[in-house]
Design a protein around this ligand. Structure first.
Ligand SMILES: C[S@@+](CC[C@H](N)C(=O)[O-])C[C@H]1O[C@@H](n2cnc3c(N)ncnc32)[C@H](O)[C@@H]1O
Length: 256
């Protein structure tokens, strides 16, 4: 999936006086963002710095959700008052602030307080291990993409992936969570590599009823699982669970 996808960005030559209203599939072009300006203009009326008299007020973070087309994590942060942007080669599936461009370019621009990154796992996931020998080049590129995201000059970073060769090629994850720890009754191991972020605390622990689908669930440990598997297409399967997204926004959104 790396480098894949299509986009039809809005070709706006100058920063408009009034920010265009987001719509489904809406993208901001690089021209709109501009090269010299911070990555996005600060949103009027949002408090970005705590003042002595306003300690109780939310300090909004400028959050980049890299490699997200669903808007699930972006919307969880936006709903809590943060200036949250998703970024993907694909347009956003839901209305909201979305940059339709390469996540590395966006992450390496200044101005972000926090990045949550969901790089493609197609060539990294251990569930595809039996194909590894056929795709060394693709794996190398996918790992370089992950390294560039991890090294971005952003104070706090969470990079998410399934159990993958990131663990053996870069470093072990700081945390592994399951959707059932956040109110959604599914098994799907999700790893986090964290920079200056505490591990997420489980919010609502429920009993898993299903394995979240993947063809690989028919092999390995999942073959032994008594639970039925739900099988989705790759795109649907890759969307972040809203229980996990809400936990990120509630717990990591308070660290400014
Ligand atoms: C595993 S999916 C993550 C989906 C995400 N969890 C969501 O809820 O939308 C990986 C995403 O990375 C995107 N992608 C691949 N290469 C990219 C790049 N160079 N820059 C930005 N996004 C990229 C893909 O289009 C895909 O949507």
């Amino acid at each position: 999936m790396l480098g894949g996808g299509v986009c039809d960005p809005v070709q706006t030559p100058h920063v408009p006086a009034v920010r265009p209203q987001p719509a489904v599939g809406w993208c901001v072009s690089a021209a709109w963002v501009g090269d010299r300006a911070p990555v996005v203009p600060r949103t009027p009326g949002v408090l970005y710095q705590a003042s002595h008299s306003s300690k109780a007020r939310l300090v909004a973070m400028r959050v980049l959700v890299a490699c997200e087309f669903s808007g699930v994590v972006r919307d969880a942060f936006a709903a809590r008052g943060h200036d949250a942007w998703s970024c993907d080669l694909l347009p956003s599936e839901s209305p909201g602030q979305h940059l339709c461009e390469d996540a590395i370019n966006v992450a390496w621009r200044s101005g972000w307080d926090l990045m949550i990154a969901h790089p493609p796992c197609t060539h990294l996931a251990v569930s595809g291990a039996r194909w590894f020998k056929d795709k060394r080049d693709a794996q190398h590129k996918a790992l370089e993409f992950v390294r560039a995201l991890m090294a971005a000059p952003i104070p706090r970073i969470a990079l998410e992936n399934p159990v993958s060769i990131i663990s053996t090629s870069i470093r072990k994850p700081d945390q592994i969570v399951q959707p059932w720890m956040f109110g959604e009754p599914f098994n799907k191991k999700t790893c986090f590599w964290l920079k200056k972020l505490p591990p997420l605390t489980a919010t609502t622990i429920v009993k898993p009823t299903h394995n979240w689908g993947s063809n690989s669930f028919r092999s390995g440990a999942r073959k032994l699982s008594p639970l039925p598997s739900l099988h989705w297409g790759e795109k649907e399967r890759s969307k972040t669970f809203s229980g996990i997204a809400n936990a990120m926004a509630e717990q990591w959104g308070l660290l400014a």
